[in-house]
Design a binder for this molecule. Structure first.
Ligand code: ATP
Length: 260
């Protein structure tokens, strides 16, 4: 199967404030390359400030890389072409549920991306909204409800519905499971894995929780200070971490991993 997403030598530096004259820059991400196929999950792990969110922002086009290219199905994603990206690469955050506009019904919230990105008429959009709500384990009647009428776990499902409604190919989960309690988290993981099989989705999972990474991902990439220190099949890295930093990360969560 050919790669869906190809990231080649992508890097990001920020010009530091107060250093305009001598142009002091901070490299948040050194050149990074990887490929991801449909139906697969790549986990990105690393401590706070290691560059995980910077990579996510580059992939969704929220930041422009200093070097490198990002290709989807062999086609280069242009930095400012948001329409091209927002259909194919979607992102879900830790507190996506809290970003749902409280004054809109679920129908209105899910209708927005459809109105902006498709030519579907009202009846077809409503039908797609119903089907998408069912896909994420909610009822079609929920489309008349407002966000405050849902629990945290249900709100995360609504965010997922909004992410998949345009039939994307890649979904970035940026600590998307972190605020859920263990039982809701397991339900959400099972739902995500089902959707991956149904829709051929590729996931990029950004997580501090190595138990989730081990359960969920096929490959993992370990970032430290903006550099890739280890990249390969998850089970292999978990069993035999080669880099000291990865060994330390695994040791720090050894207790939790043993209990799972
Ligand atoms: N706009 C910016 N200007 C300057 N530095 C930035 C900017 N955005 C991020 N950084 C720096 O880049 C580094 C990487 O940040 P990033 O948010 O990618 O880390 P992270 O691994 O996602 O951390 P966390 O786990 O806290 O989300 C950090 O040192 C951060 O301070």
């Amino acid at each position: 199967m050919p790669s869906l997403l190809q990231v080649a030598n992508v890097s990001k530096s920020y010009k530091l404030k107060g250093y305009w004259y001598n142009r002091k820059v901070f490299t948040a991400l050194e050149p990074i390359s990887f490929e991801l196929k449909a139906y697969k999950t790549l986990a990105i792990v690393g401590e706070i400030g290691s560059g995980k969110s910077t990579l996510a922002k580059l992939l969704v086009g929220a930041e422009t890389p200093n070097t490198g290219t990002i290709k989807l199905n062999g086609q280069t994603l242009e930095p400012k072409n948001f329409k091209q990206r927002c259909q194919h690469i979607r992102m879900i955050f830790q507190d996506s549920g809290t970003t749902l506009n409280p004054s809109l019904t679920i129908h209105q919230l899910l209708d927005e991306p459809l109105k902006l990105n498709t030519e579907l008429n009202e009846a077809a959009r409503s039908q797609l909204i119903r089907m998408t709500l069912q896909k994420v384990g909610l009822l079609s009647d929920h489309m008349n409800f407002y966000p405050h009428m849902f629990s945290g776990g249900q709100k995360q499902r609504i965010s997922l519905a909004r992410a998949i409604i345009l039939q994307p190919q890649v979904i970035i989960l940026d600590e998307a499971l972190a605020s859920l309690d263990p039982s809701l988290r397991s339900q959400m993981i099972n739902l995500l894995l089902d959707l991956q099989q149904q829709m051929g989705l590729a996931f990029i999972l950004i997580s501090h929780n190595l138990g989730i990474v081990r359960h969920f991902s096929d490959e993992m990439m370990v970032l430290c200070g903006g550099k890739v220190v280890e990249y390969g099949p998850t089970h292999q890295i978990m069993q035999e971490p080669k880099h000291r930093y990865t060994q330390k990360l695994l040791m720090s969560q050894h207790f939790q991993l043993c209990r799972k």
